[in-house]
Design a protein around this ligand. Structure first.
Ligand code: ADP
Length: 502
């Protein structure tokens, strides 16, 4: 079975968010279980510089707007994953953030850039790119490749099916209807059943409307986006396609986030011996200027500073936490309003520490050294940091939504012998505070806390589980191609449809 995985970013070549992590890891996990998967990305200069074994592979000829395009084959520098890089200098020869100019505004030709990427994906997948290769399934991701299923459908490719994955409904790839002429799609594609959305072109909706199967990154988010609160106006379409919609939980990079081998933390530890974690906590308190008190609960948060992440809820309870001797350490970057707020907090020193910016290694130290981790998101398609925290025995305090609800089991006060974290429902400071205080009370019982830490650390967040769930989806779409994948992978007794909902 052959899969073309199309995305606009992939770590470590280019990254702005979680999509880059998924695009780097899932295709590797798919290859590992015997599915031949190639990753298509634009040949941004940063990507061309970092990729290895770059070689000219095919001339695609003219894409949209008469731009000539070339396909390069290459490999990921770290994993060796086979890449296809779409070279079209007028569209992609730009450094830095792939979507925005230096000033932060979107590139004015983004519609053309990502339509070209989508068209190239459809041509490669359907076997009309000049490469000696085609795909059984084209797997597109988010709005930047949302037109790929549309181009595939319009080209009538009989042997290639498409999957479209939503990583975040919030970003919809909306453009003025006037751009339609540049996209070289038939007029009828622009209808209520197609890519039209309130008089605009929506590339997200194109993906949802024209793909054969829709996935999103957690089973609970797959349910939530069928409702007005989470569907941003597309809930009707998603509900109508309910039979073709499933949620598959993302995995995490278990090599990068492993407390036994993490080079970024001052002491290593594991589920059987947590003494290194205590050393991480003391070092973190010292580094951040917090009181060096091993008995004080220390809660950390590593996040983009946006309303989505419930940063306002945290700010609202900081005073109440500090009063109770609870320490909080926040690392974040994003919304200037939240940054200002955190910079000017009227809180006692020694209890609250904030660091503004994006700092990968400090993120590891915060996650390793804290007792608890905050994630009070309003919505969370999957979320990675709660899974990282659990691997480090740092129990998450999170809102029961999306991937948080799917990865954390609540430790009920009435039964502290099961569960892996603390969940709350209402997006209010009081509910968050209640959950924090529940966690603090459990921590006072050293034995119960250690058992809960061990349960959290034992969770399986590997990408293999996700890859097997995707294989089941691909197999339903392309059963003949699936027959050449390791039979054991498909028919493993007992795996059922774990990790996938539909
Ligand atoms: P989202 O993709 O919505 O931002 P996720 O939890 O899925 O949320 O992934 C966020 C990723 O970005 C994690 O790897 C997290 O550690 C990292 N991250 C977020 N903010 C920061 C920051 N300020 N410094 C370092 N890493 C960060």
């Amino acid at each position: 079975m052959r899969i073309l995985f199309a995305a606009s970013e992939a770590y470590p070549l280019v990254k702005t968010g979680g999509l880059a992590d998924v695009a780097a890891a899932l295709p590797v996990a798919l290859n590992d279980i015997g599915i031949e998967t190639r990753l298509l990305l634009p040949a941004y200069p940063d990507a061309m510089d970092s990729a290895r074994d770059v070689a000219r592979a095919a001339e695609l000829g003219s894409l949209l707007g008469g731009h000539g395009a070339t396909l390069f084959s290459a490999r990921m520098p770290d994993t060796g994953l086979p890449l296809l890089l779409l070279d079209c200098p007028p569209l992609f020869a730009r450094r830095g953030n792939p979507y925005t100019e230096t000033g932060g505004s979107d590139w004015p030709d983004n519609h053309l850039r990502f339509a070209a990427l989508s068209l190239a994906a459809a041509r490669i997948a359907s076997g009309t790119s000049g490469l000696d290769w085609r795909a059984d399934v084209l797997h597109a991701n988010d709005w930047q490749t949302g037109l790929a299923p549309a181009y595939l459908r319009m080209s009538g490719a009989p042997n290639t099916r498409s999957v479209f994955t939503i990583h975040n409904m919030r970003y919809q790839g909306l453009f003025e209807a006037g751009v339609l002429a540049e996209l070289e799609l038939p007029r009828h594609a622009f209808g209520m059943e197609g890519l039209e959305f309130h008089g605009h072109v929506s590339m997200l909706k194109a993906g949802l409307a024209f793909c054969d199967h829709i996935t999103t990154v957690s089973p609970t988010y797959a349910e939530e986006i069928r409702t007005p609160e989470f569907g941003y106006g597309m809930e009707g379409l998603l509900a109508a396609r309910g039979h073709d919609l499933s949620g598959v939980l993302n995995g995490i990079d278990e090599r990068a986030w492993n407390p036994a081998t993490d080079p970024h933390i001052p002491a290593s530890f594991n589920g059987d011996d947590l003494s290194g974690k205590a050393a991480c906590k003391t070092a973190l308190q010292r580094e951040l200027g917090l009181d060096e008190d091993s008995g004080a609960p220390l809660i950390s948060m590593v996040t983009r500073l946006t309303a989505q992440k419930g940063v306002d809820l945290v700010i609202a309870i900081l005073g109440a936490l500090a009063e109770r001797g609870i320490q909080v350490a926040i690392l974040g970057a994003g919304d200037p309003g939240f940054e200002h707020h955190l910079r000017t907090l009227p809180v006692p020193p020694g209890r609250i520490a904030t660091r503004l910016g994006y700092d990968e290694t400090l993120a590891h130290r915060l996650i390793a050294g804290a007792d608890m981790f905050l994630m009070p998101s309003r919505f969370e398609p999957c979320g990675l940091t709660q899974m990282y925290a659990m691997r480090y025995g740092t129990l998450a305090i999170a809102r029961r939504t999306g991937g948080l609800a799917d990865t954390i089991r609540d430790i009920a006060t009435s039964d502290p012998t099961s569960g892996t974290g603390f969940l709350f429902d209402a997006s209010t400071p009081d509910s968050l505070l209640d959950a924090v205080l529940r966690a603090v009370r459990l921590r006072a019982d050293g034995t119960a806390w250690r058992l809960a830490q061990r349960r959290a650390m034992q969770q399986d967040f590997s990408w293999t589980k996700a890859a097997e769930a995707y294989l089941r989806i691909y197999s339903r779409l392309a059963p003949t191609a699936a027959s050449n994948v390791r039979a054991a992978t498909i028919e493993q007794p007992g795996t059922g449809r774990a990790g996938e909902s539909s």
